[in-house]
Design a protein around this ligand. Structure first.
Ligand code: 5GP
Ligand code: MN
Length: 344
C-alpha cells in the first residue's frame, strides 16, 4: 500500500469529473520530454480503458523520435502542425488535464486558448510554485516525476485494474527519464514498489531503456565527441562546466530534435564539477539547460537570470540574443551568484 501523497479532496473531485466528463483533453509542456509524454499517454490509456472514447493528447510542438514508439504517440496532436484542430479540442473538452507543467506560459502559444477554455481543469505536476489556473491543483514537487503521480492518482481512484500494459509502459518511461534512469531524485523506496507493479502489468523495462537511450545515429555520437573535446569550458573555482553549440555546428552534425538530450549531464562525471550548463542556439532563441549534483539550486539560477524554472538539480531557461551574448550573460551570472538559502 502506497503512502497517500495526493489529498483526498482532490481525488474525489477529479474522480467526479472523470465519471461525468464526455470529452477529455490532456495537454503538456513545450518541448515535451519523456515525463511529459509518459504521464500524458499513461493517463490517455487509462481513460480509454475506463471507457472514454473522446480523449485527445495535445502538445505545443514536436517531440524527439525516440519517443515515437510509445503506445498512442502517433495519435498525439501537435499544435504547430495542426493549430486549428488543437485549439478546437481545447475549446470543446469537458475536462482538461494539465500535466507536467505549473504555469500557462509553459505551453507556449497554447497558453491563451488554455486559460480561456471552459472545461474543468485539473493540474497534475511536480514543479514548484504552481500558478492558479486549474480547479484542481495536484502539485507535489517532492515526487520525482508526473508519471509517478499519474500512477498514484489512478490507484487512489481505486482503478489500479484499469492500468493496462500500454499505460504501464508510458508511466515507466516518464519515471525513468525524469530520474536519469534512477540516478537522481530516486531514493524514495516507493518508486521501486511502483516499478514492481508496472512489471506485473507486463512491461519490459530493459527494452524500454534500449528504445529510449540506444537508438541514435552515428552523427549524434560524433556531435557528443565534438562538444566534449572542442567545446567544453571549465570554471574550476566555481566547480562548473559549460558546453555550447551554435546553429552552424548543429547543422554540421545533421542535428535532429533530441540529439543533444543528455549532453548537459556529461560534465557531471568529472569529480570536481557540481554544476553543468549546456547552451544551444535554436532558430528562435538560445536554450539553456542546467544540472547540478548536491545542493546547488539550478532552479533558482534559472529563475533569477534566464526567465526559466525547473527542479533543484535540473532546470532550464531561455535567452533572446546571440549565442556569445548568452555565454557572456551566463558568465556574469555565475560570477554574481550566491545561492539564496531560503529556497534550496
Ligand atoms: P531541460 O534542460 O531538460 O530542457 O529541462 C530540465 C527541466 O527544467 C525541465 O524538466 C523543466 O522542468 C525545466 N525547464 C526547462 N526549460 C525551462 C524553461 O524555459 N522555463 C521553465 N519554467 N522551466 C524550464
Ligand atoms: Mn517531469
Amino acid at each position: 500500500m502506497l503512502k497517500k501523497i495526493i489529498q483526498e479532496e482532490h481525488i474525489q473531485k477529479s474522480k467526479k469529473y472523470v465519471e461525468k466528463g464526455d470529452s477529455f483533453l490532456i495537454i503538456t509542456h513545450i518541448a515535451p520530454d519523456g515525463d511529459a509524454l509518459g504521464s500524458s499517454l499513461g493517463l490517455f490509456h487509462f481513460l480509454n480503458e475506463y471507457g472514454k472514447d473522446k480523449v485527445s493528447v495535445v502538445v505545443p510542438n514536436s517531440f524527439p523520435g525516440y519517443y515515437k514508439w510509445m503506445p498512442g504517440a502517433k495519435d498525439i496532436v501537435i499544435y504547430e502542425k495542426y493549430p486549428e484542430f488543437a485549439e478546437q479540442l481545447i475549446r470543446e473538452a469537458d475536462v482538461i488535464f494539465c500535466l507536467d507543467f505549473n504555469e500557462p506560459k509553459r505551453v507556449g502559444k497554447l497558453a491563451g486558448p488554455l486559460v480561456a477554455a471552459e472545461g474543468r481543469k485539473i493540474m497534475i505536476d511536480h514543479h514548484l510554485n504552481p500558478a492558479d489556473f486549474c480547479r484542481v491543483c495536484m502539485s507535489y514537487p517532492e515526487i520525482s516525476s508526473t508519471s509517478e503521480l499519474i500512477f498514484r492518482f489512478i490507484c487512489r481512484m481505486g482503478m489500479y485494474e484499469l492500468i493496462n500494459k500500454a499505460a504501464a509502459e508510458c508511466i515507466y518511461t516518464g519515471m525513468m527519464t525524469d530520474t536519469g534512469s534512477f540516478t537522481y531524485n530516486s531514493n524514495q523506496p516507493e518508486i521501486y514498489t511502483i516499478i514492481g507493479e508496472l512489471i506485473k502489468k507486463g512491461i519490459d523495462k530493459d527494452l524500454i531503456y534500449r528504445k529510449v537511450y540506444q537508438v541514435y545515429l552515428e552523427s549524434r555520437l560524433r556531435l557528443m565527441g565534438y562538444v566534449l573535446y572542442e567545446k567544453m569550458k571549465l570554471y574550476p573555482k566555481k566547480r562548473t562546466a559549460l558546453l555550447t553549440l551554435s546553429q552552424e555546428e548543429l547543422k554540421r552534425f545533421h542535428y535532429m530534435t533530441g540529439d543533444t538530450e543528455g549532453f548537459v549531464n556529461l560534465p557531471l562525471s568529472i569529480n570536481s564539477i557540481e554544476f553543468a550548463v549546456f547552451i544551444r542556439e535554436d532558430p528562435d532563441c538560445v536554450k539553456l539547460s542546467f544540472r547540478s549534483v548536491g545542493d546547488f539550486p539550478c532552479n533558482e539560477f534559472a529563475i533569477r537570470y534566464f526567465n526559466g524554472g525547473g527542479h533543484k538539480n535540473a532546470s532550464g531557461g531561455e535567452f533572446y540574443g546571440s549565442l556569445p551574448e548568452a555565454v557572456a550573460a551566463f558568465e556574469k551570472a555565475l560570477n554574481a551568484y550566491s545561492p539564496d538559502k531560503r529556497i534550496i
